[in-house]
Ligand binder design. Structure first.
Ligand code: HEC
Length: 466
């Protein structure tokens, strides 16, 4: 009785005062919580996607025997919100791939650990999920990386423009692969001229003298301002399915595909042979799914100073046509701290659509529950922060200034997002970088002294990528 009263009191405090740092109280102290009846279903729904043999997590939660030794660690990991990994601020947006545990699920896992982690009666155990080995989709076309490399080109398997409904990237050794990106390089795929990341020198052409006053302003809007991503793999994320509202992805035929594989810091690239499977669209779609990121948000001339805890980069884009936003994936490197996407509608209404902390170990994608309709003229503001101080456990050396570039030791601000547009839309014209952002305002996009073919950082060729 006494215990019940304390529990109730604590719960009142919890509900009224602790919006963001809840105090956990275990009303469900009952001793009947068992693995088979209560815990296993939660692990199936929320954890086994990563916690099974051959996947990214080092521990398997497929059986009682393999889970039981981790009971206390599970309690700690879920109460501290370390697991399942998720970094979006819950105040904004709604995401269909949010693996969030409910309060009751967290209490159940904790109560199980506190009560000696019993197995329970076999009759309650749900049917095991048949996790696919091999593919999760049914790809029609498969390419395979012959040997592990960080960054390279492979022949495009499609000779003609082809609509695909999903692309699945599958490392053969997921525990050593950190993330994989697939791109169709624009223009001629010469590795030495391909620009990638936040500081490509070719993205901001020199301003004509009078452009600042609005004359000749169109000259400040160079084409190819956006990098286009076809598919990405991050541990534990579902396959990106492009079929939102009768949409599909168009892979331009011919040329080469560019694949970039990042291995985990301790991972030996040795055994991995990443494969990529394309499922062809069954019919020509109405809409096209396009994954974009402005190539240039950071000012390459302003490096991140040593010890700087909160270096801000801000960019502003404008929609040149109606579109629907469906997906985001902030990409930064070791000192990445957070990224926020907001929209300002033509009528001035402002809305934050994603605000996510960044953690280099978990480059998560955020799939909107419902697409957000964006009108022509809407502005999208991206604000990102880097932490180059000693407080950042991933920081290699807080006493060093950090340059922008492709190496993991350099920094990036690559705000990937997915939109659905009319199938004939030109990807380069969906958005523009705001003209006044092109080098005039500080911290947005750097002006370049000349239309320089020489780039300020090493490009990702086989030779120089770490
Ligand atoms: C997206 C993949 C993913 C999901 C989903 C996931 N985990 Fe993990 N988990 C990992 C990885 C990878 C590690 C090892 C690296 C680490 O500790 O960060 C890990 C580690 C752990 C550990 C060990 C922590 C420690 O302190 O050593 C526990 C316990 C754990 N997970 C529990 C869970 C539970 C419970 C769930 C579901 C509610 C879950 N995880 C969901 C990937 C995942």
């Amino acid at each position: 009785m006494v215990r019940l009263r304390i529990v109730l009191l604590l719960m009142t405090i919890t509900a009224s005062a602790m919006q963001f740092t809840p105090v956990y109280v275990f009303a469900r102290q009952d001793l009947t919580v068992s693995f088979n009846k209560d815990v296993f279903p939660i692990l199936q729904r929320n954890c086994q996607i990563c916690h099974r043999p051959g996947e990214v997590a080092p521990i398997s939660f497929l059986s009682y025997d393999s889970t039981r030794p981790w009971a206390k660690a599970i309690k700690e990991a879920v109460l501290s919100k370390k697991m399942p990994p998720w970094f979006a601020d819950p105040r904004y947006g709604g995401f269909r791939n949010d693996p969030k545990l409910s309060e009751i699920e967290m209490r159940t896992l904790a109560a199980w650990a506190d009560n000696g982690a019993p197995e329970g009666e076999a009759k309650y155990k749900p049917v095991p999920i048949e996790w696919p080995e091999g593919w999760r989709t049914q790809p029609d076309v498969i390419i395979s990386i012959p040997e592990p490399h960080n960054s390279f080109f492979v022949p495009n398997p499609f000779t003609q423009d082809t609509w695909v409904s999903s692309i699945e990237i599958r490392p053969t050794s997921p525990s050593v692969v950190h993330h994989v990106m697939l791109q169709v390089p624009e223009d001629t795929p010469k590795p030495a001229s391909f620009s990638w990341g936040a500081t490509s020198a070719s993205t901001c052409l020199p301003l004509p003298v009078n452009a600042v006053n609005g004359v000749n302003a169109q000259l400040t809007r160079p084409r190819k301002n956006f990098a286009i991503l076809e598919a990405v793999y991050v541990p534990g994320s579902p396959v990106t399915d492009f079929q939102f509202h009768d949409s599909a992805k168009l892979i331009p035929g011919g040329g080469k595909l560019r694949i970039e594989v990042h291995y985990t810091p301790n991972g030996k690239a040795g055994p991995d042979q990443t494969r990529i499977g394309f499922a062809l669209a069954k019919h020509p779609p109405q809409r096209r799914f396009i994954t974009l990121a402005p190539k240039s948000l950071a000012n390459p001339r302003k490096r991140i100073p040593p010890g700087e805890p909160n270096w801000e980069t801000r960019g502003e884009l404008e929609f040149g046509q109606d579109a629907q936003l469906v997906w985001f994936m902030p990409h930064m490197h070791l000192r990445g701290k957070d990224m926020t996407f907001s929209l300002i509608a033509p009528n001035g209404r402002e809305e934050t659509v994603l605000s996510a902390k960044f953690n280099f170990n978990w480059q998560l994608g955020y799939e909107l529950e419902e697409p957000i309709r964006v009108r022509k003229g809407t502005r999208m503001i991206v604000v990102a922060h880097h932490d180059n101080s000693a407080n950042n456990p991933y920081n290699l050396d807080p006493t060093k200034e950090v340059a922008w570039g492709n190496l993991t030791s350099d920094e990036m601000v690559l705000p990937w997002f997915g939109v659905i547009v009319d199938k004939n839309a030109d990807p380069e014209r969906i958005l523009s970088i705001r003209e006044d952002g092109c080098g005039i305002n500080d911290g947005v996009i750097a002006p370049l002294p000349v239309r320089a073919p020489t780039l300020p950082f090493p490009l990702p060729t086989r030779r120089n990528v770490k």
